[in-house]
Design a protein around this ligand. Structure first.
Ligand SMILES: *Cc1c(COP(=O)(O)O)cnc(C)c1O
Length: 257
């Protein structure tokens, strides 16, 4: 983070809204996150290329997405269609892969399919049907991750979305058989409550077990999306292939979002 004096200028005499200042800030944050991922890979004997960084740009402007692209980021994620759709449109000239990671209502599916390359938050059959219809209509193939709720009792959905583990098989079969959809793997958000609260490493290892089970019948579905700013090390140690990092790259989000 850059330090500012009372006039809102940093030591170099530039204003905080100056794109060069923001660029330097994002570059520094990205370097720190890159270092954390590299260390976590080294600590668990994994090659750095096994882990892809997805930067979660929610609540931040398209100008930040542009700067991140200049700095080499190629995967970004958003969680609200209202914010994501215009941002993706503003950045349509960039070779970016857009991941949708939020709870998704079926009435937003058509819009999301217009820009998303991967939807990571699939947690119910209705969504599979709707996404398939929209993908076919748009002539696109959409990557799909099943969001697993590790805090859900059998049959119930977690408070932040996700299907209970016993529902993974049914959703996987549905996605696999749906036109326009490609089953890529699993995603989770470390639970705040329940038996895995405060036990991120155990939660992510549980997700890896579900991933191994899934790959028996769907060998290509080898993507495991887990870990955020506060727990990416635990996710990499467990075997995640994708980490989703917001705050550590862009800064603490303003409330709401
Ligand atoms: C916001 C968000 C993230 C990033 O969280 P940070 O703590 O800011 O790194 C990751 N995954 C999902 C699903 C999110 O909504």
């Amino acid at each position: 983070m850059t330090e500012h004096d009372a006039t809102g200028r940093n030591a170099a005499g530039r204003n905080a809204d100056d794109p060069e200042v923001r660029r330097a800030e994002l570059a520094a944050n990205l370097a720190l996150v890159e270092e954390r991922i590299a260390s976590a890979c080294a600590a668990s004997g994994r090659a750095r290329e096994e882990v892809t960084l997805i930067v979660v740009t929610k609540t931040y402007p398209a100008s930040d997405v542009r700067l991140l692209h200049e700095l080499g980021v190629r995967n970004v994620a958003e969680n609200r269609d209202q914010d994501a759709a215009p941002k993706a449109a503003e950045c349509a000239d960039l070779d970016l892969k857009w991941h949708f990671v939020g709870q998704l209502q079926t009435n937003k599916v058509r819009s999301v399919v217009g820009y998303a390359d991967v939807v990571q938050s699939i947690d119910r059959m209705k969504l599979v049907t709707a996404l398939s219809a929209a993908a076919v209509r748009a002539g696109r193939e959409l990557g799909c991750l099943i969001q697993v709720a590790l805090d859900a009792d059998a049959g119930a959905r977690g408070e932040r979305g996700g299907v209970a583990p016993d529902g993974i098989g049914e959703l996987a079969a549905a996605i696999d058989g749906a036109s326009g959809l490609r089953l890529d793997g699993l995603m989770t958000v470390a639970p705040l409550a329940g038996e895995y609260a405060g036990r991120q490493r155990d939660a992510f290892e549980r997700l890896m077990e579900f991933s191994s089970g899934l790959r028996v019948g769907h060998p290509a579905a080898n993507m495991v999306s887990a870990g955020m700013s506060s727990d990416l090390e635990e996710a990499v140690a467990a075997g995640a292939t994708h980490v989703r990092v917001g705050t550590a790259v862009l800064g603490v989000r303003p409330r709401l979002g």
